[in-house]
Design a protein around this ligand. Structure first.
Ligand code: CA
Length: 236
């Protein structure tokens, strides 16, 4: 079965790129467009399951795009991205047909959770509810982690961080990306909290006699290993 397709409509390049990356990291397919006109075209040709729609677009008002989408494609769910609280008042006060609303700045972990919830509600079978890496199984909906069938208790942020890393197993995720996705889009300053949480995950997930599941890539970030690595291959 192919992954769900998410259409991202966002004219801010930075947000568009990071959103697409995060969605693909979570197992979805994405199409990213920057205008309302292209959103309407792609909705018709690509038939996405969900559209993440920025309200402030350069050509057509996001509300009008939402109305047209709802009229022409009632089967596609629209989640509106709004920049300000007063915009949110407008969105929620009007019958636009959007199924959910997320206010910027948002945390990617929260957006992914809302997205999954919506996919579940609209009965589109999700491919990303479970992440399996070797003997580790992550149940994303239930927010539970198992190693060899035994549950491991994690704190909320530890779970979010593990989901981000294990969802991209085998690939290095940069410190900036982790801070953005797990903590806040607008984080600044110290990333000490990231190291603190990585240490906690290692303590809880690693076997004392084996190399860590999480490899430190010096000066870059961290990589959740997709297959067991031997001691000599670990980069600690
Ligand atoms: Ca915008």
């Amino acid at each position: 079965m192919s992954a769900e397709l998410i259409l991202v409509v966002e004219d801010d390049e930075r947000i568009g790129i990071s959103l697409s990356r995060a969605l693909e990291g979570a197992g979805y397919r994405t199409v990213w467009v920057t205008t309302g006109a292209s959103a309407l075209t792609e909705a018709a040709t690509e038939q996405p399951q969900i559209i993440l729609l920025d309200l402030g677009l350069p050509d057509v008002d996001g509300l009008e795009v939402c109305r047209q989408l709802n009229r022409n494609h009632p089967d596609i769910d629209v989640i509106m991205l709004t920049a300000r609280d007063d915009e949110l008042d407008i969105v929620t006060g009007l019958d636009t047909g959007a199924v959910d609303y997320i206010t910027k700045p948002f945390k990617l972990a929260e957006l992914l959770a809302r997205l999954r919830a919506q996919l579940r509600r609209s009965d589109h079978a999700s491919t990303s509810e479970r992440i399996v890496v070797g003997d580790l199984v992550l149940d994303v909906y239930a927010r539970r982690v198992f190693i060899d069938g035994s549950e491991v208790a994690l704190r909320a942020k530890e779970f979010d961080l593990l989901t981000r890393l294990a969802g991209d197993a085998g690939h290095t995720v940069t410190r900036d990306q982790l801070m953005t996705d797990v903590w806040d889009e607008h984080w600044f300053g110290s990333t000490k909290t990231l190291d603190f949480h990585i240490a906690a995950l290692r303590r809880k997930l690693d076997r004392p006699d084996a190399a860590s599941r999480i490899t430190t890539v010096r000066g870059v970030g961290f990589r959740f290993e997709s297959s067991p690595i031997d001691q000599s291959g670990s980069v600690r």
